[in-house]
Design a protein around this ligand. Structure first.
Ligand SMILES: Nc1nc2c(ncn2[C@@H]2O[C@H](COP(=O)(O)OP(=O)(O)OP(=O)(O)O)[C@@H](O)[C@H]2O)c(=O)[nH]1
Ligand SMILES: [Mg+2]
Ligand SMILES: [Zn+2]
Length: 308
């Protein structure tokens, strides 16, 4: 029996990397399940597995998965009760966003961050393509970068094209298992190619009409970095099918709202219109960003709608 880490999973085939750096094609034997949730894929990138090589063949059979430290999932589709595991055993997530080409919506950022909070995985924001930004775009980026850093998320403003500030991202990724996520076309694979030129990952221009990415990367894959550590490249996210959250705990995943909520009169305050709420006046005075608050209300609304 050998051990290894799943670095790629395409349907029924898995690429497993051994501690001495060999890549073995594997299939699975038996059934693997996560307690309480239904998943469409039993094993994901980042899973640590045990496998045995078939005699005389280059193919391994996975027979065991180590317990996961954490995992990132998304709904298989909007209405489905099934989940798809994107990756497991991740140290931190880099959310790559762009102010233009394509434009990342702020609510998308907030939904993503709230979901990572729910998984207790540290998120870091990368603003990419700063070489394209005019004065207005730059002002918008600076506003968002200071908003999110004040809440507690580290932010990097970079250009993969010019290489500006990429060193800083490298330092932050060093010796960790990182995942990079974001809308299609923001430059995730381009960044990995810059960090590890031997990868030669496929990238493509945006479609000129919609200024949107073409979903070039189709499977998550873990790549080793020459400076130490790994990065999981992922396919561009469309809307963010947020995991089911208990409506009473959504605000726990907005750190600045959670901090303020301790001053609310009622411990079960949802910060919508309750008397003695401390969050609403903080939004009115600008201490809590109104767009963040709106993102919170929208997620709350989605959860309410499900049970109607
Ligand atoms: N001007 C500019 N273009 C960039 C920058 N980074 C990436 N691009 C371009 O953006 C386009 C999309 O890049 P990709 O790396 O394919 O984007 P992706 O996020 O991997 O997209 P998906 O795999 O579809 O999710 C390519 O044409 C890149 O050359 C940048 O910093 N500045
Ligand atoms: Mg890509
Ligand atoms: Zn309140």
């Amino acid at each position: 029996m050998e051990t290894g880490v799943v670095v790629k999973s395409t349907g029924s085939r898995y690429k497993v990397m051994t501690p001495d750096g060999r890549n073995i094609e594997c299939t699975i034997k038996g059934r693997f399940r996560i307690k309480d949730i239904q998943t469409t894929n039993p094993i994901a990138v980042g899973d640590r597995v045990k496998f045995s090589l078939l005699p005389g063949k280059e193919i391994g059979i996975i027979s065991e998965i180590e317990e996961r430290k954490n995992y990132i999932i998304r709904k298989a589709s909007n209405l489905s009760k099934k989940y798809h595991i994107i990756a497991a055993n991740i140290d931190q997530v880099f959310l790559m966003v762009t102010i233009r080409m394509p434009k990342t919506l702020q609510e998308f950022i907030d939904r993503f961050l709230a979901t990572s909070e729910a998984y207790r995985i540290k998120s870091i924001i990368i603003f990419n393509k700063i070489d394209l930004y005019d004065e207005e775009d730059t002002a918008k980026m600076n506003y968002l970068a200071s908003l999110y850093s004040d809440i507690g998320y580290n932010c990097y403003c970079i250009s993969v094209k010019t290489g500006k500030n990429v060193e800083l991202v490298k330092e932050a990724m060093k010796d960790k298992v990182n995942l990079i996520a974001g809308n299609s076309g923001v430059g995730k694979s381009s960044l990995l190619n810059l960090l590890n030129p031997s990868l030669k990952l496929k990238t493509d221009e945006l479609s000129p009409y919609h200024e949107q990415g073409k979903h070039v990367t189709t499977f998550p894959e873990m790549h080793p970095m020459p400076f130490g550590g790994y990065v999981v490249d992922t396919p561009g996210l469309r809307g963010f099918g947020i995991i089911d959250m208990d409506k009473n705990e959504i605000y726990h995943f907005f750190p600045e709202i959670f901090r303020k909520s301790k001053e609310c009169r009622f411990h079960n305050c949802l910060h919508v219109n309750e008397p003695g709420c401390a969050v609403i006046p903080a939004v009115e005075s600008g201490d809590i960003d109104i767009m963040r608050y709106r993102s919170y209300l929208n997620i709350l609304d989605d959860e309410n709608r499900k049970y109607r």
